[in-house]
Design a protein around this ligand. Structure first.
Ligand SMILES: NC(=O)c1ccc[n+]([C@@H]2O[C@H](COP(=O)([O-])OP(=O)(O)OC[C@H]3O[C@@H](n4cnc5c(N)ncnc54)[C@H](O)[C@@H]3O)[C@@H](O)[C@H]2O)c1
Ligand SMILES: O=C(O)C(=O)C[C@]1(C(=O)O)C=C[C@@H](O)C=C1
Length: 297
């Protein structure tokens, strides 16, 4: 811990030490944000690896022992297991403790975790918009959140000091923080993150279904648009299964809109509408340029 830093938390317990949990552990330690970091994971092999990697002060496989005495508990597990995890730990959270998470869907986390949070415990859901296609404790790194957004979605009436501490935690790890309504969060992420992944998984499946005709060529000549899709298509199946199932409505709405737009493109191609096609490509280019300008590319 940097000697001059005053830790925000005395004991930060991280549940789930994959890409995100292990990145938080590394970043929190490097920036002196917690006096003690406790790591808890359901997988024995992950616990063993976290011990070897040494970025936590204590590895505690038992959920209840892990959260006892913590002033901040962060759930870094797939969104499909947030409910069970929160229900198990809730009665053991100390008064004044801040319970937070990093889940990629927010309405579901508010729905699943909110009702079990005991009085006196502050619930501040959050979502760092940073990641890679890799998972597990070896994949994490301290710089993951630097220059990236983290969205916090505190329910109405959440203790302002607790929100400020979670904002300070993410800022201390280098993130830019903004507040958002959970429903709005889920619609925005449906189009910026969930739909692109759905398209990537689907296009890889489509290519694979054409195995006899094109598979060899797809793999051999992949130095093209297809290769960019394969990066995000390599992501964790459990994490993405849970995201799709827990952002069902917004994702289906965005998929329907996309399908309409894809049909419009198909029509333009069929009827030789060069202007329409050019306009769409130009729009894509502009979006890419503005992402580069705001350093989010
Ligand atoms: N990967 C990303 O790009 C990214 C970005 C932002 C947010 N998220 C969100 O962060 C969370 C974690 O994602 P990740 O990429 O770190 O996943 P990961 O697969 O790398 O790690 C998840 C960890 O949770 C553990 N786990 C699973 N069920 C558990 C349980 N019931 N109790 C305790 N531990 C359990 C697993 O053993 C694993 O070590 C997810 O909710 C995901 O939606 C992911
Ligand atoms: O960069 C990637 O590989 C990611 O998939 C990261 C990504 C994203 O879609 O941007 C994935 C899921 C998250 O909830 C946040 C970030």
């Amino acid at each position: 811990m940097p000697e001059t830093a005053t830790p925000l938390f005395q004991r930060l317990t991280l549940i789930g030490l994959g890409l995100i949990g292990s990145s938080v552990a590394r970043a929190a330690r490097e920036n002196g944000l917690a006096a003690e970091i406790v790591a808890c994971d359901a997988s024995e092999s992950v616990c063993a690896r976290v011990t070897e990697l040494g970025f936590a002060d204590r590895v505690e496989p038992d959920l209840i022992r892990a959260v006892t005495g913590a002033d901040c508990v962060m759930l870094c597990v797939p969104v499909g297991v947030m409910a069970d995890t929160a229900a198990t730990i809730a009665p053991h959270l100390a008064p004044g403790c801040i319970l937070t998470d990093v889940g990629s869907t927010k309405l579901s986390v508010v729905r699943d975790v909110g009702p079990v949070v005991p009085d006196g415990v502050h619930f501040v859901p959050a979502h760092p918009l940073a990641g890679t296609e890799f998972s597990g404790p070896d994949a994490g790194f301290a710089e993951l959140f630097q220059g990236r957004y983290c969205l916090v979605v505190p329910p109405a009436g959440t203790n302002a000091d607790a929100v400020a501490k979670i904002v300070a935690l993410w800022q201390g790890m280098g993130a830019m923080v903004e507040e958002m309504e959970p429903a709005h969060h889920d619609r925005v992420l449906a189009v910026t993150s969930h739909l692109p992944h759905l398209i990537a998984f689907t296009i890889c499946g489509t290519a694979d279904d054409l195995a006899d005709e094109t598979k060899d060529e797809v793999l051999r000549f992949a130095a093209s648009g297809f290769r960019d899709f394969t990066r995000i298509a390599a992501s964790d199946p459990v994490m993405w299964r849970d995201i799709f199932l827990n952002n069902r409505e917004a994702l289906l709405e965005m998929l329907a809109r996309f399908t309409e737009d894809a049909q419009a493109m198909a029509k333009a191609i069929r009827w030789g509408d060069a202007g329409y096609i050019e306009d769409k490509v130009l729009r894509g280019r502009k979006i890419r340029r503005s992402l580069i300008e705001i350093k989010q590319a």
